[in-house]
Design a protein around this ligand. Structure first.
Ligand SMILES: [Zn+2]
Length: 320
């Protein structure tokens, strides 16, 4: 039986419901928020209210995207999940080097050390070194995802982290979510993960619509990976909506591989921090836009429900 590992426990994939595929629910004070104070999302009350509204609109699950020590706080995520009734998946993994102090352990750990850390967070519990909870090392909440990233080039650090993530995936079947820089290097990411024996059906490439070139998307989707688009609310009026254009162009060819998220990692995007458009956007304004542009109910059902349920389920590991 496959499962999805949420912060409050494992659930059957068909229990996930309407899911946003790349979110930032909590970002605690950290090197990340020193880089840009607008990233600070440390308020459990505000996050719970934002997600309660999402729940009212039919939302049932979000995939949080902050890996080890980048402002991640699994204790707060668990509390928000309890209060809002929304499933939350929390990742292990590592983000881009720019979100860490130059002396961070992520730079010096070996591939094996990183793989062991990722593995322990998936099987035993998320390390509490980046939590404010009462647990000196291990929280009672396990990671359900491995988040990794490439920047403008593939650095040796990224190669090491991708190899470590692949090793943890091979043992556990844990899904992998990647950050792409403005949608670039998607094929290189797929190649690295494929080379290390990762099941590409459990890999999600984020932010691909920031490079809205249909030929590029076709090449990536043809490998079997899933992609996540999150710029629907970011385009300026004079740009039209390339995210919507990509969906219209690709959904019938790759119906099981495309998902949507907000990636709203800024206070200024959250209604409950006084910003806009708020977490409800994809289920209100953008759903209306997708329907008037000709997407069918079954397309939306796949984008929001069945595709995340398949992508974020653990791959079945054959016994013996
Ligand atoms: Zn993100």
């Amino acid at each position: 039986m496959s499962f999805i590992r949420t912060v409050l426990g494992d659930i059957a994939p068909d229990q996930l419901g309407v899911c946003y595929a790349h979110e930032h629910i909590i970002i605690d004070a950290s090197f990340t928020t020193v880089v840009d104070a607008d990233f600070l999302l440390d308020d459990v009350d505000a996050a719970s209210r934002e997600l309660a509204e999402f729940h009212q609109l039919g939302g049932r699950a979000v995939i949080d995207s902050m890996p080890c020590d980048s402002g991640r706080n699994v204790m707060k995520l668990a509390e928000v999940s309890r209060r809002s009734g929304v499933h939350i998946v929390c990742p292990t993994g590592l983000h881009l080097a720019k979100y860490y102090d130059p002396g961070h352990w992520g730079n010096s750990y070996s591939e094996d050390e990183l793989a062991a850390l990722f593995l322990s967070e998936i099987t035993e519990g998320i390390d509490a070194r980046d939590c404010n909870g009462p647990f000196p090392q291990r929280s009672p909440h396990r990671a359900g995802l491995i988040k990794i990233a490439t920047g403008e080039t593939i650095t040796p650090r990224a190669e090491k982290i991708f190899a470590a993530a692949a090793a943890a995936h091979r043992v556990t079947g844990c899904p992998i979510l990647t950050h792409t820089e403005q949608g670039t290097l998607g094929l290189a990411q797929v190649e690295m993960l494929g080379k290390h024996g990762v099941d590409l059906r459990h890999v999600v490439l984020s932010h691909l619509d920031r490079k809205p070139d249909p030929a590029y998307h076709r090449e990536i989707l043809s490998t079997g990976v899933r992609v996540e688009y999150d710029s629907a609310f970011r385009w300026k009026p004079e740009q039209g909506n390339p995210t919507l254009d990509l969906l219209l162009e690709l959904i019938s060819e790759f119906p099981d591989q495309i998902m949507l998220g907000m990636d709203a990692a800024r206070r200024s995007y959250w209604k409950h921090h006084g910003g806009s458009p708020g977490m409800g956007f994809l289920l209100t304004t953008f759903t209306d836009q997708m329907k008037s542009a000709g997407l069918a109910d079954i397309d939306l059902y796949r984008i929001f429900i069945t595709n995340p349920a398949q992508a974020y389920a653990f791959r079945k590991i054959s016994q013996g």
